[in-house]
Design a binder for this molecule. Structure first.
Ligand SMILES: [Fe+2]
Length: 183
């Protein structure tokens, strides 16, 4: 049975591993094998920080552990995290587009559709944009090797001009609202 406190503890211990993201990948894979238990644990938890669609079970300078709920039709602009990230979808789907940013130019370099039970590991240099392609809500566990809210030197890309901008959560939400198919 999924235990949120135990899950956070295991992610914290993984930081001592020479390859923390790979260790966390295995922990997330195991957790999302029981989707109802994950959903239930976050819904019932009282010791969490809720920020819109993101529910943080843990957040400090070295680790963020969160549940992310994406409504139908949601689209995000391209952004980086500037730290490793592990995403495990336990409900619905998350479509990922990956980009390369070179010589002031944003170029698409691939895509991946994450379905229930799939886990993606993103390196610190990764640039991605996500979308929920389904008419239903999607849910995913997100673990980052740093503070998702405070991590310095992050970038996002203006979806109208493809120009790089310093990461700004309120402007990012404005872009999400402009890009998303349904509100
Ligand atoms: Fe992201």
């Amino acid at each position: 049975m999924f235990d949120l406190q135990k899950f956070v503890k295991e992610c914290q211990l993984a930081l001592d591993d020479p390859k923390p993201a790979q260790r966390v990948e295995a922990i997330v894979k195991e957790a999302i094998a029981d989707p109802e238990a994950v959903r239930d644990a976050f819904e019932k938890a009282d010791n969490v920080e809720r920020q819109g669609p993101i529910t943080f079970a843990w957040r400090d300078a070295s680790l963020s552990v969160a549940d992310v709920t994406t409504p139908p039709g949601l689209k995000s602009p391209a952004h980086n995290h500037n730290m490793w990230a592990v995403i495990g979808v336990y409900e619905g789907q998350e479509h990922n587009k990956f980009f390369r940013y070179e010589n002031d130019e944003l170029q698409e370099k691939g895509e991946r559709l994450l379905k229930e039970g799939d886990v993606a590991v993103l390196g610190p240099e990764a640039v991605h944009a996500i979308a929920n392609p389904l008419p239903t809500v999607s849910g995913a566990l997100h673990v980052y090797g740093g503070d998702l809210v405070e991590q310095p030197a992050r970038s996002m890309w203006n979806p109208h001009t493809d120009e790089r901008e310093d990461y700004d959560i309120s402007r990012l939400i404005t872009y999400v609202n402009e890009m998303s198919v349904t509100q």
